[in-house]
Ligand binder design. Structure first.
Ligand code: ATP
Ligand code: MG
Length: 228
């Protein structure tokens, strides 16, 4: 039997807003296999980002379990969790790049946290920026890059630590459709050619038409699954 990259079992998350409980996830069962390319769809407030946060071990479920490569995340201590988070590639809607660092610096920083040597970091940052088509922009700071270029830096950074999988929350949400197209092509290539496992939250039909699988969420539940 192969072990899934991600498996959630009866995942529930209730936020408390003062005294009012908000049931953001109400029992989500999801399996993602190595090499998968999965889109998560659903209206605003249906629990998509909450689910990504649980899968990325950024937040704890109220009930249920998340397994990453067969490991029950709830059994990990602080160090174990920190190590795991280092091996998950996140790409958020608003880039989250560090303004005073160059594109190269932003990519290298992630590797510094993992303790890679300086020369190795430089070499790998260069390769990654080449992969995302930004070789010529390596020494630009985020403010000196276009929206799509910033998003590509964010993707290069997310790939820096050979992540187990990439989690993306609306990666084309804040860029024009032409640039979005380039990002989509890049994501698709990463999946097809490099075998990167990708879970992507998106409203973008250009993306959902490319993924291998889609799940549809509503009110904290997966209500539909489709293999493309
Ligand atoms: N920290 C929080 N405290 C209280 N309620 C929250 C919190 N985060 C999210 N929620 C609520 O949980 C529900 C699910 O939120 P979530 O962010 O997962 O939705 P989403 O599907 O990502 O929506 P969108 O498409 O707008 O990004 C929403 O009703 C939201 O208001
Ligand atoms: Mg969201």
């Amino acid at each position: 039997m192969t072990i899934s990259v991600v498996e959630t079992i009866n995942l529930r998350k209730t936020y408390m807003l003062g005294k009012v409980p908000v049931n953001a996830l109400q029992g989500v069962n999801l399996k993602v296999e190595k090499g998968d390319f999965l889109a998560i769809l659903g209206p605003s407030g249906s629990g998509k980002s909450t689910l990504l946060n649980m899968i990325g071990a950024l937040d704890k479920p109220t009930e249920g379990k998340v397994f990453i490569e067969g490991v029950d995340v709830s059994t990990l201590n602080g160090t174990g969790l920190a190590d795991l988070r280092q091996r998950i590639g996140f790409v958020f809607q608003f880039f989250n790049l560090i303004p005073r660092l160059t594109a190269k610096g932003n990519v290298e920083l992630t590797m510094a946290i993992l303790g890679l040597g300086k020369n190795e970091r430089r070499k790998r940052a260069k390769e990654l920026l080449e992969t995302v088509g930004l070789k010529e922009r390596a020494n630009h700071k985020p403010a000196e890059l276009s929206g799509g270029e910033r998003q590509r830096v964010a993707i290069a950074r997310a790939l820096a630590n050979n992540p187990k999988f990439l989690l993306m929350d609306e990666p084309t949400g804040n860029i024009d459709s032409k640039t979005a197209n380039e990002i989509i092509e890049l994501i698709k290539r990463l999946n097809e050619e490099k075998g990167v496992t990708i879970i992507i939250v998106t409203h973008d039909q250009q993306i959902t038409s490319q993924t291998k699988r889609t799940v549809q969420m509503l009110d904290g539940l997966i209500i539909k699954e489709k293999v493309n």
